[in-house]
Design a protein around this ligand. Structure first.
Ligand code: SF4
Length: 321
């Protein structure tokens, strides 16, 4: 699925898509141990005044659309460095973007606020809601997602059941499975997996995405699952859940669209992307619809000028500002 990244609560796209703009730390209701954005410095329990305004979003999206071939866009996605549902104007923004782009709109959420009716009304306007559910109970929610005070697992599950009934598009649950060398609780053991399966049976989403970290996590002793454990978990879900697609990250094939309109601000685009999250070369090429060798050339140049650094995670290099 190729996406344009939509507005995120905790930073503004800013002038000319970001080269001069240093995003502030993420604002989130969670502080997940595997978060690729590092620790949450601004952890909040509920909606806050939006740092992204409708008019700014529309202006920046118009600029971005001028640079892209509309045929290369499958979805416009709200995600990024923070939790999009913290912005109570999200529903209006979804409508704005659908009118502007005439493409389906997706929202990635951590599900922490789905017990809030206003949040659910916003989500109901999306064509696809991808909602995080990593924990089968309150105890693991606290260990893995480290939520702000007052966020309860029961409310999340009840809220997701309601979202299921209210959303006009599809609901996907995304589960991030992690391993650790004993210093962190994990959700990949049999008991946790069975607990998550029971929740999926209760919520009845259209899809479950079985995931594991592929970017450097917030906590250094948190690890991705080995492929064979991912396969076992995927098989267990498929055997237990009817009428729900089960997709596993390890089964996905990279899809690169070659449709890129000539664009002479590639460096700005690359920097704008990796300011939000560390990315591999392939991720950048796929997100920007650019050939790998073009991205590589720009990255090497940016690295030489000290604008980009490389961090190793597992066997892979990740580029960050
Ligand atoms: S992974 Fe998502 S929900 Fe978790 S702390 Fe990071 S931004 Fe927030």
């Amino acid at each position: 699925m190729s996406t344009i990244y939509g507005p995120v609560l905790s930073w503004r796209l800013g002038r000319s898509l970001g080269i001069d703009v240093v995003p502030p730390p993420k604002t989130c209701t969670f502080d997940c141990v595997y978060c690729q954005l590092g620790r949450t410095l601004r952890k909040v329990s509920g909606p806050v005044e939006g740092q992204v305004r409708r008019e700014e979003l529309l202006r920046d999206m118009r600029r971005t659309l001028d640079l892209l071939d509309p045929r290369s866009i499958d979805y416009v996605t709200f995600s990024g460095s923070g939790e999009p549902t913290l912005n109570l104007k999200l529903g209006d923004m979804i409508e704005d973007l659908r009118n502007l782009v005439d493409k389906p709109v997706a929202v990635l959420t951590n599900s922490s606020l789905v017990d809030n009716e206003v949040v659910r009304r916003s989500l109901a306007k999306a064509d696809l809601v991808v909602a995080k559910l990593d924990a089968p109970n309150q105890s693991l929610l606290e260990d893995i997602n480290r939520p702000a005070k007052g966020i309860l697992h029961k409310n999340i599950v009840d809220g997701l059941v309601k979202v299921r009934g209210e959303v006009h598009g599809e609901l996907a649950l995304q589960i991030m499975f992690i391993e650790s060398n004993a210093s962190h609780a994990v959700n990949a053991n049999c008991e946790a997996v069975e607990g998550l399966i029971r929740l999926v049976q209760e919520i009845e989403p259209d899809e479950v995405q079985i995931n594991t970290p592929t970017r450097p996590p917030s906590e250094k002793d948190v690890f991705p699952l080995k492929p064979n454990r991912m396969e076992e978990i995927t098989r267990r879900f498929r055997a237990s859940v009817e009428h729900t697609r089960i997709v596993s990250r390890y089964e996905e094939k990279e899809k690169v669209s070659p449709k890129w309109l000539g664009y002479n601000k590639v460096e700005e685009e690359i920097l704008g992307l990796i300011q939000r999250r560390p990315c591999r070369l392939g991720d950048i090429a796929m997100s920007l619809n650019l050939p790998r060798n073009v991205v590589e050339t720009h990255l090497m140049e940016l690295k030489k000028r000290g604008k980009v650094t490389v961090v190793k995670y597992g066997e892979e290099d990740y580029f960050k500002t």
